[in-house]
Design a protein. Structure first.
Length: 278
């Protein structure tokens, strides 16, 4: 492996303007968020300029995964109910879904949605004030794979070819070939897209939750959800091997046997609705 490979790959990834799937509305959204006193109505009006994207955001916001008793009728209402970070994340999720669907990666979207559902359940059980945030973190946790395998197919092809015998995990192969993993790529994108730490760290550290600094609980929840969903065979993230579970993350989430059984049963029930969002 050439020492410059990591630098070269990172340079390619950081050229976010090359990503055709990053809508203009999201770029404007990122700059708007930094303004003081920006209103939910302004955010809603911006997103609603893209009718297709707006419809997808509202579809996710009104999904049974959130369970709000009344319908969220506008993006502005979604901002008020879910929070700005969550709505921005859902906007990116809708974009990521288009990337996956256009590339024939429906199984990855199904897995990501399964992780989001499970993370939301675990977050609620852990007493999080805003479990919607880990729902978005679950949806976006594998966004780095989309870039590696869709935007730069030459990179994805090398990784796929090196894993033909199935003896190594995806992470191990990525690290060996490029000294960069899909989690690293996702973290770089999260930084470039100005996502908050509570979303960036779960994306970056979902395989190594102990590395999280400021979003330890959110990262632990997404990690545990990822492992559980892989074990439940909901979708396929591109790796047949179940990743190791961090005991530290497990302890932080605080699941006992009864809570685990309840969470798995609830997740399995909600998985039945996933195809409605494909």
């Amino acid at each position: 492996m050439k020492p410059s490979a990591n630098v070269d790959l990172r340079r390619r990834i950081e050229q976010v303007g090359e990503l055709p799937t990053l809508p203009h509305v999201v770029q404007k959204l990122a700059s708007m968020i930094g303004r003081p006193n920006v209103s939910a109505e302004e955010i809603g009006a911006l997103i609603e300029k893209d009718q297709v994207l707006s419809a997808k955001v509202l579809r996710l916001a009104n999904s049974p995964f959130y369970g709000f008793p009344s319908r969220i009728a506008s993006v502005a209402h979604a901002v008020v109910v879910l929070g700005l970070s969550v709505v921005k994340g859902l906007t990116l999720c809708a974009t990521a879904f288009d990337m996956m669907k256009n590339a024939g990666m429906n199984d990855l979207w199904r897995h990501s949605l399964g992780v989001a559902i499970t993370a939301h359940i675990l977050g609620a059980k852990a007493g999080m004030k805003n479990p919607e945030e880990v729902f978005v973190g679950g949806l976006l946790h594998d966004i780095g794979k989309v870039v590696l395998y869709v935007k730069w197919p030459d990179v994805g092809q090398q990784i796929t070819a090196a894993r033909k015998d199935g003896s190594r995990s995806l992470m191990e192969t990525e690290q060996e070939l490029f000294a960069v993993t899909h989690a690293d790529v996702g973290g770089w994108l999260a930084t470039a897209w100005h996502l908050p730490t509570t979303l960036r760290e779960p994306i970056l550290h979902h395989h190594m939750p102990s590395a999280a600094q400021d979003a330890k609980l959110q990262t632990a929840i997404v990690h545990v959800a990822d492992v559980l969903v892989k074990g439940l065979a909901c979708g396929n993230p591109g790796d047949d091997l179940i990743p190791p579970l961090s005991r530290q993350a497990w302890d932080l989430v605080g699941l006992d046997a009864q809570s685990l059984a309840q969470s798995l049963a609830q997740a399995a029930e909600e998985f039945q609705t996933i195809d409605d969002y494909l």
